[in-house]
Design a protein around this ligand. Sequence first.
Ligand code: FUB
Length: 325
Amino acid sequence: MKTAKYLVPDDYMADPAVHVFNGKLYIYPSHDWESGKPENDNGDHFDMKDYHVFSTDDIENGGLTDHGVVLDIKDILWAGRQLWDCDVACKNGRYYMYFPLKDKTDIFRIGVAIADKPEGPFIPQSDPVKGSYSIDPCVLEEKGEYYMYFGGLWGGQLQRYRDNKALESAAFPADNEPAIPSRVVKLGSTMLEFAEEPRPVIILDKDGKPLTHGDNKRRFFEASWMHKYNGKFYFSYSTGDTHLLCYAIGDNPYGPFTYQGVILTPVVGWTTHHAIVEYKEKWYLFHHDCVPSNDITWLRSLKVIELEYNADGTIKTIDGGGILR
Ligand code: FUB
């Protein structure tokens, strides 16, 4: 599949998390819709209220099965608003969906919902994960342990925290100071709590120096994803206001990670977000853009394209088809 194809042409789906469970590909997207909320830097226009799950065993030629609404905001006791990018992990035959949601005080927390099958339905816990904050959780399983990566700037509220504590008010570093990092945390054995304090995900340049806040074509903004290739850990993410999907490579789940390059150049639309997964001996980049909605930023459409590596393990950059804004 050398050219990207749209996966759900009759609805707006974004922020794909994708995994292989029981031999099939399962896609867990955000579900965009037109709620009428005005666009602002806080992301109020991303006003999602439920999740669908999709599956397929033939991503090259087949259609997707839509398993319908598997979690609805009205069933989450602590819900305020905005169900953003989720991810799902499997442990001992149970499926745990991690989702960011603003609570009733408009603070993003990360919740968990549980299912017996990868296609749900997912039953939410009555409280968010203790100590959780910000957005965009993604979960890596490594040697029987589960690591959650999370965080996002601006509307994702990560600038409101330092050392896992809420600040009096949001604060950004100076341009020459280290960038605000994504976070990584090992999950506890129940999968319902953190086993430790979240740690910073440090991204270094080739000289071993942490990327700076002013380096906004390379520094982390949101949309963490983690995959393994040839024994290395590939941490990938969006640069937000420069609209790139980038990646950095490390030797273990905690990093540090060394910046490598761009996976996807800007798409049509403000946000860019992705999942990278191997299926039937090919690698795929799942992502989204706003071409079908004529560039309405909050109405995004799911896409997939094959992803290729060079012999040295670097990723071949894919053209997103958008313009640098
Ligand atoms: O879908 C809302 C937000 O937009 C996600 O959480 C971000 O990653 C960006 O895609």
